[in-house]
Design a protein around this ligand. Sequence first.
Ligand SMILES: Cc1cc2nc3c(=O)[nH]c(=O)nc-3n(C[C@H](O)[C@H](O)[C@H](O)COP(=O)(O)OP(=O)(O)OC[C@H]3O[C@@H](n4cnc5c(N)ncnc54)[C@H](O)[C@@H]3O)c2cc1C
Length: 474
Amino acid sequence: MYSVGIIGGGVSGVVIALQLAERGIENLLFEQKENVVNGPPFCHLHAGGNLYPDISDEQCRILMKQSIEMARLFPQSIDERPTFISVPKTESYRVDHIEDRLDMLVAYYKKLIEEDSANAVLGAPENYYKIYNQEDLDALAKMPTVKRPNSPDEWMINAAKLIDYNQLKMPIVLVQEYGWNLFRLGAQAQLALNRTDKSTLKLNTEVENIKDVRNQNLGYNWEIHTSETIYKVDYLVNSSGFKTGKFDDCLQLNVERLVEFKAAYVSQWQPMPGLIPELIFHGKRGTSHGMAQLTPYCEDYYQIHGMTEEITLFKNGLVKAKDNKAQPEFNEDIQQKINHGWKKDEIEMRTENAINYIAKFVPSFKSATVGGPPLCGAQQIPGDDVNLRVGEVSFPTEFYARSEIIKASSALTVANQVIDKMQQEKVISSIPQKPFGNSLLDSVSKNEIDKLASEFAVVRGYPKALSRLVIKRD
Ligand SMILES: Cc1cc2nc3c(=O)[nH]c(=O)nc-3n(C[C@H](O)[C@H](O)[C@H](O)COP(=O)(O)OP(=O)(O)OC[C@H]3O[C@@H](n4cnc5c(N)ncnc54)[C@H](O)[C@@H]3O)c2cc1C
């Protein structure tokens, strides 16, 4: 028997397993795929919510705090290049609102550093963002390219040479929101899990059913059924991502939730003489001019999001649960993409749409080509607000936790909330507060991460380069 069974080895499940193991609590983690953190992708550390002009200040602060915590746990997955944030002249977003919010975030970041100096992972607060006007950009565009930029101005020199900034409202912002490498995070987590006998990682193991035996005085509360074995656990964590509703349905828990399928595209461009920041061109989600996002990777690879139905979003890609079921179901086309991959012509068509979309603002990007299969997947959104960016954990019944994160950065918060709840429910005895960190994750070396992350990229069909950081770390 195990204390805790965790269904789903995405970012949420692995962080819960590692935090439990760190506190000496035995757990069993089930992942149906051949390695962990292999669900929907992530590439951006939302350390301030600057990709979302519509969300509340409170959500921005939570995103910043949670991002800083995850960056401290998984430093080898953080790509320290800034993000260029702009609003095209055709959009109604007000740039002065964006600036007000950035000032609020600087004050909040300072407070987080005062609380713990190790929170300074985004650099000095006074450098959190920098504003650029038309004259600044005109001057920077004339300066020589910088191969490896070291200051906001140097990043902006390279960006200003490529972007048609006459289409953009002024000013433009460069903010310290970094890249986040999912292959490296998964590799570090899997290596750490393999290092502890407190966590048992069951890869290639699909949970088929769960059975509630809480009232049967068996000395355990749940049975977890796989095709071969029945596992007995005291506490159950459902972190199965967009399939969370499947296990709610097993328990007849009726809840409102959405699931959404989205895709980002992998492209390759000609070699650039200097590195560029991530580029954001804001736009209203779901319209033909939704946000465009260009994320640089190594060896001239770039990931692209375009928040239109022809690129990242899909017709019927956002689905609500119905008929008193907790699990929403996608149509056949989307299920096919999730379970069996994409047809070649569709990869080409959507990646080309994505390249052309970016080329509206970065004309020379027109020469980019398809660089690999899309990074895609479905994610869950608790409730019915599609603009929610911070989902967390709920405890709908005794000895059961349901993790529904919307951004990968919420994983540690959820893990800590689950551990607190287990203590309240006396599944585990009360454990003294530990200092921040996870010694299992800390024990994994950069070389080990480099090696396994590149294996993860290759077995999943992506170029090895996607597993490396643009800004190397020691
Ligand atoms: C296109 C796209 C881009 C995104 N970009 C970002 C970003 O830049 N930054 C960010 O922070 N977030 C981003 N997100 C959101 C992020 O991907 C998710 O928040 C995060 O991956 C959710 O993690 P999770 O662990 O809750 O779920 P998942 O990652 O979905 O993990 C659930 C796991 O459970 C497993 N599982 C399911 N059912 C079973 C079963 N029956 N038995 C065993 N295993 C099972 C699955 O295989 C999966 O590995 C993006 C999402 C998408 C779709």
